[in-house]
Design a protein around this ligand. Structure first.
Ligand SMILES: *Cc1c(COP(=O)(O)O)cnc(C)c1O
Length: 423
């Protein structure tokens, strides 16, 4: 499918007058419509709730917007809990799905009244010792081990994943949690990442629903919510077919009616913790071509680098690129699009066929709305970019300013003399 930008060249030219490139830009209209579609897809389930995975896009403006649309937060670190708290999102609107969790983070999660999702069996005791009790509502993360396969092939390898507990530990865990006073139980699992197929969630749901029935039959414990977690992917590449969230919702519903309802468990709530699916397509990285270089290959140097978007360097991930104003020009030039890091993996694209690029052209790197800005880092002294929101009226609003050199040096507060020289 042809990939289009959500912003026009004219809009961008207005925006860059005020905010220099590079920056991440988010699409308010797209985000709101997508959340509506997600919630409609699961509207058949009374207790349905999306807990947005904060790590994907930890910007309070966006998190608040999602909260307005009915989403909670899925947190897994102190900073994410603090961010949620600062956005006035607390109580059972917060899911705490962490792993290797420090004690103070469990304390903070308990203080907020978050639902705690235990990643390990040993954390039952650890949590009890840390906060002095087991909360009435508690969840456990399951890892079935082995290879996770659905009809169209291998999806991922849970047997090699560090997350979750074995089936034996899960059953034993619920028994112990009940003895320790827990009253509402959740079951969570995350078995494959960035799945671009409508089959993943339904297959995962069926596996978990069957487990819920078995837990009731063997332990007499009724699971209150099944958390399908993240993993629903997006079509980064134009050759991919985007997931159809309505179809995914229907297929999960079918599994629910076939497995849970006949077992008298038609009251189980469905939770999701989607990050990439919710935000990914509704963000882009806007950068400008500043250099062209002709050696053994043709290079275009841009003013963004892997410190602003790590996925291509880290995973070899494809991100589509549009040269603004040249959408319909023939893609008859082969380029590597590169940033300024002294690292040869700092390439947004390798051997990409694109229209002829001239210095000064604005490039839009697509699908950076999730795990984009969030994975930014400061290697080579490269700074974080700003984040802007393209509002529904077509104007841009600054939702995080760019990092400054002073921010970069701010942690050297033990060197007053040095700080003085920076001013
Ligand atoms: C990262 C993560 C998610 C979100 O994953 P996406 O691939 O962005 O949907 C959800 N839950 C947990 C526990 C995670 O670690």
């Amino acid at each position: 499918m042809k990939k289009e930008t959500f912003v026009t060249k004219e809009q961008l030219e207005e925006i860059v007058k005020e905010y220099p490139t590079p920056f991440h830009l988010y699409d308010e209209k797209g985000i709101r419509e997508n959340i509506k579609a997600l919630r409609e897809a699961f509207a058949w389930n009374n207790g349905y709730k999306e807990y947005f995975a904060v790590k994907a896009t930890p910007n309070p403006f966006l998190i608040k917007m999602l909260h307005e649309c009915g989403c909670g937060t899925d947190c897994s670190s102190m900073a994410e809990l603090v961010l949620s708290d600062a956005c006035d999102i607390r109580g059972e609107d917060v899911m705490f799905s962490s792993n290797e969790t420090p004690a103070e983070e469990y304390k903070k999660a308990a203080e907020l009244g978050a639902i705690i999702n235990l990643d390990d069996f040993t954390h039952i005791d650890f949590l009890e010792q840390t906060i002095g009790k087991i909360p009435e509502t508690i969840s456990m993360r399951y890892n079935p081990g082995g290879i996770f396969e659905v009809c169209n092939g291998i999806m991922d390898n849970p047997g090699e994943a560090k997350y979750g507990v074995t089936k034996e530990q899960l059953f034993e865990g619920y028994k112990i949690l009940k003895e320790k006073g827990a009253k509402r139980f959740g079951l969570h699992s995350f078995l494959a990442s960035n799945t671009v197929t409508n089959e993943y969630y339904p297959a995962l749901a069926r596996t978990l629903f069957e487990l819920v029935v078995e837990i009731k039959e063997t332990l007499g414990i009724e699971i209150s919510f099944v958390n399908l977690s993240g993993g629903v992917g997006i079509a980064y590449h134009p050759d991919q077919t985007a997931n159809d969230i309505a179809a995914i919702g229907r297929l999960v519903h079918q599994a629910y009616d076939e497995v849970l309802v006949p077992a008298g468990l038609g009251d189980v709530s469905i939770f999701t913790e989607l990050g990439r699916f919710v935000m990914g397509p509704y963000g882009c990285l806007v950068t400008r071509a500043v250099h062209e270089k002709h050696i053994y290959k043709e290079y275009i140097g841009v003013d963004a680098c892997a410190a602003n978007l790590m996925r291509p360097a880290m995973y070899g991930a494809y991100h589509h690129i549009t040269v603004m104003g040249k959408e319909d020009a023939p893609c008859d030039h082969k380029y590597d699009i590169v940033g300024a890091l002294c690292e040869n993996n700092d390439k947004f694209a390798i051997d990409r066929m694109l229209p002829e690029i001239e210095k000064g052209d604005l490039l839009v790197i697509h699908d950076t709305g999730a795990h984009g800005f969030a994975m930014g880092y400061n290697y080579n002294g490269r700074l974080w970019s700003a984040e802007l929101l393209l509002q529904e009226d077509g104007t841009a609003k600054l939702i995080r300013r760019a990092q400054t050199i002073a921010d970069y040096f701010a942690t050297f507060d033990c060197f007053e003399e040095f700080q003085g020289k920076l001013q």
